[in-house]
Design a protein around this ligand. Structure first.
Ligand SMILES: *Cc1c(COP(=O)(O)O)cnc(C)c1O
Length: 494
């Protein structure tokens, strides 16, 4: 299967080249030329299989150069019992007759980034061999929290890779910082940056574009690569869990063969919901995709009006992984809607120049056929956490709560009661303080003690990877000014 740039049909490459490159040189996103259809009986067959086998089957449709044997070994390593705390890997929990929750946080870092970041390193190191790249990949990551830890866990001790994560010294939670500075593995590095997330992100971009540094590192056998969510190797493993969730619903008699469901996804960079859209194109019976946003509701407005406008106030919310005004993966959906790379390039040029664009009437019509957008603020997010806990004895994190709110709004507006799969993206324990406040606790403990408080309040044990942080050694204490991030690269790569 060929992959093309969303901005230029002439840029063509194989899957392994797309995974090694990450981003196309013209700034576009490398994307499959077409989305393969699942054979008619595939879902019934997959329903009898384990998650790992489903992953192999779905990914194989996009990865001709990879053998089933290879993919099987990747899936077993990525989604094995030493990584995920349930054999189902991505279990579907039925909340009511027509609300099912897809829990994507049973992996080593307790957030949904694990679903892709456990798989990406295997795809990348095999792609290095297939593309005859001789050098070792040095993955640079700037993180505001979840991605950094997810990438560190995914790449730890993976052959021919090194990973270096930069985080803003005062921009991540105590638990998130502890998760990163205690990271184990021989090929990992973590460095704090004095500044905010933008400083760290800008610094990483500068390292990527530093030609002299690139040559210096090439001499030592390294090249820079990226693990951020525009890499096709991160989108692909996310398609799997939508296919898998439908298989579970079918296997458990919650839907009949072919019965349509809706999907509701808490959205930031648009990677997760894009994967749902691809699963729909492959033939999973999904009718509506409900896009849930917090107060940074640029996508809600876009879906309603066709006008994407990032020129607005940025809010720091209690669902921080969705605090984003440029949803990079939306560019791939634009290609699906327009089937015209020139048109996509035009929109992206406008976005770069003015911070906004308006899609054509035709594209908007296609968008609204399958997408609906809703948003809610922090107060509503807290109320939903409390309400869902009291009504269904189900504890959810703030990101998932935004999705529950969106579903409520969608149903009351449209009267569409189609069974809905709500995507749950983080363990509530990862955001213990916000969850405790939502449940009405007047005082909330500091740092890891908040985990115990949430357990005391609900009787639910904290996930082992978070509870275990107390006993971990701090391995990384380096911090640099934003001008000196290159020092961290040199000290890691020698
Ligand atoms: C990254 C993240 C999201 C947003 O996912 P996108 O693919 O960027 O839309 C939502 N919730 C949590 C907990 C996340 O870590």
């Amino acid at each position: 299967m060929q992959y093309i740039s969303t901005r230029d049909m002439c840029v063509q490459c194989s899957a392994s080249e797309a995974i090694v490159q990450g981003l196309s040189r013209d700034g576009g996103l490398l994307t499959p030329y077409y989305i393969p259809k699942l054979p008619g009986n595939a879902i019934e067959e997959l329903a009898a299989m384990a998650y790992q086998q489903r992953a192999v089957y779905v990914m194989k449709q996009f990865l001709e150069e990879f053998t089933v044997k290879e993919l099987t070994s990747f899936a077993n390593a990525a989604y094995g019992p030493d990584k995920f705390d349930t054999p189902a890997v991505a279990p579907v929990r039925t909340v009511t007759d027509d609300i099912h929750c897809l829990e994507l946080w049973h992996g080593p870092t307790c957030a949904f980034k694990d679903m892709a970041l456990q798989m990406l390193p295997h795809l990348l190191s095999a792609s290095l061999v297939k593309t005859e790249e001789q050098k070792t990949a040095c993955i640079l990551v700037a993180t505001s929290g979840d991605t950094g830890k997810g990438a560190l866990e995914g790449f730890r001790d993976v052959d021919r890779t090194k990973i270096l994560v930069f985080y803003p010294k005062d921009g991540v939670s105590q638990v998130q910082e502890l998760q990163m500075v205690t990271q184990e593995g021989a090929n990992v590095g973590v460095c704090a940056v004095h500044g905010n997330f933008d400083d760290a992100q800008t610094g990483v971009k500068r390292l990527f574009s530093d030609e002299a540094l690139r040559e210096e590192l090439a001499g030592k056998g390294y090249f820079f690569s990226s693990a951020n969510s525009i890499n096709w190797g991160r989108v692909l493993p996310q398609i799997v869990y939508y296919v898998s969730a439908y298989c579970d619903l079918l296997r458990d008699g919650k839907v009949q063969p072919g019965q349509a469901i809706n999907v509701c996804v808490p959205t930031g960079n648009f990677g997760n919901i894009l994967a749902a859209s691809y699963a729909r194109e492959m033939g999973v019976p999904i009718e509506k995709l409900i896009c849930a946003s917090n107060s940074n509701n640029v996508l809600t407005d876009f879906i309603r009006t066709g006008h994407y406008d990032r020129n607005r106030t940025f809010f720091n919310t209690i669902s921080p992984s969705m605090d984003i005004l440029i949803s990079s993966n939306l560019e791939r959906l634009l290609l699906t809607l327009t089937k015209d790379v020139e048109e996509v390039k035009g929109y992206m040029d406008q976005l770069n120049a003015t911070g906004s664009y308006r899609v054509s009437g035709r594209a908007l019509e296609k968008l609204q056929k399958h997408f609906a957008g809703y948003c809610c603020d922090d107060d509503e997010t807290r109320r939903v956490i409390d309400r869902v806990y009291k009504e269904y004895q189900y504890l959810i994190d703030p990101h998932t709560a935004v999705a529950f709110s969106a579903l409520e709004q969608y149903r009351s507006e449209t009267k569409d009661e189609t069974a809905c799969l709500v995507v749950s993206t983080a363990s509530p324990f990862k955001f213990s303080s916000s969850v405790l406040e939502a449940l009405g606790e007047k005082t909330v403990a500091e740092g890891l003690d908040a985990l115990d408080q949430l357990t005391a309040k609900t009787g639910i044990p904290a996930p082992a990877p978070l509870a275990g942080l107390r006993d971990k050694q701090v391995r990384f204490t380096q911090s640099v000014n934003k001008e000196n991030m290159v020092d961290a690269v040199r000290s890691m790569l020698g």
